[in-house]
Design a binder for this molecule. Structure first.
Ligand SMILES: CC(C)(COP(=O)(O)OP(=O)(O)OC[C@H]1O[C@@H](n2cnc3c(N)ncnc32)[C@H](O)[C@@H]1OP(=O)(O)O)[C@@H](O)C(=O)NCCC(=O)NCCS
Length: 185
């Protein structure tokens, strides 16, 4: 997969981030997740701020038992999950995760979700990761890629618009927006 030259947020100064900035901007690799990634994934999710977790899960809920394991053990016939990784060996870290799953097989509609590590947000990684997910979903035969986000999530709405997704209110819930793009020309 593609190798992306990106820098994490050098100005991220919340207590959790102080001292974490690497000496030189590391490269970010994007590849499909595999079951051996479950501990990387666990550290990534545990390192997310409460705000990012809330935006990703659309609520303040905790992860359900087995949810992480399911994210890492996908059914390739109906799911795609990509991880963004930096560092090597024992220093390897997950810094982004995007997934999509068949929601309506007859209509070819797949639903997606994405989350970027806090200190990497706002530096182009979400755009690159979601663009790769769009390409992978199209290659898998999806007709439509669709997702739900909280209406307050300006970052996700900006990212979706940037990649050409239509944004509309979700029927019956004013707090949610539906983000959707057609993958067929
Ligand atoms: C939403 C999220 C995935 C975006 O990823 P990101 O790496 O921060 O976004 P990028 O840096 O790639 O930015 C993409 C575009 O959105 C814009 N953008 C990003 N965050 C923004 C914000 N908070 N307000 C306004 N615009 C924003 C960027 O300027 C960029 O536009 P440009 O390409 O025209 O400059 C990321 O912030 C995140 O993980 N948030 C928490 C979890 C979440 O909200 N998940 C979505 C639920 S499905």
């Amino acid at each position: 997969m593609m190798l992306h030259e990106l820098s994490p947020a050098a100005d991220a100064m919340s207590p959790a981030h102080v001292g974490e900035a690497p000496a030189a901007p590391p490269a970010v690799r994007i590849r499909p997740i595999n079951p051996a990634d479950v501990e990387l994934e666990r550290r990534f999710v545990e390192g997310l701020s409460a705000r990012s977790r809330y935006l990703r899960l659309l609520s303040g809920r905790q992860l359900l038992p087995g949810e992480l394991e399911r994210w890492a053990n996908i059914d390739p016939a109906r799911e795609i999950a990509l991880v963004a990784l930096t560092g090597d060996g024992a220093d390897e870290q997950e810094v982004g995760f995007a997934q999509c799953v068949v929601e309506d097989a007859a209509a070819g509609r797949w639903d997606f979700a994405i989350v970027i590590a806090d200190r990497w947000q706002g530096h182009g990684l979400g755009r690159r990761l979601l663009a790769e997910l769009v390409d992978a979903a199209r290659a898998a035969g999806a007709a439509t890629l669709s997702g739900i986000t909280l209406a307050e999530n300006r970052g996700m709405v900006a990212l979706a618009r940037r990649l050409g997704f239509a944004v509309r209110r979700e029927d019956g819930d004013a707090t949610l927006l539906r983000l959707e793009t057609s993958l067929r020309s």
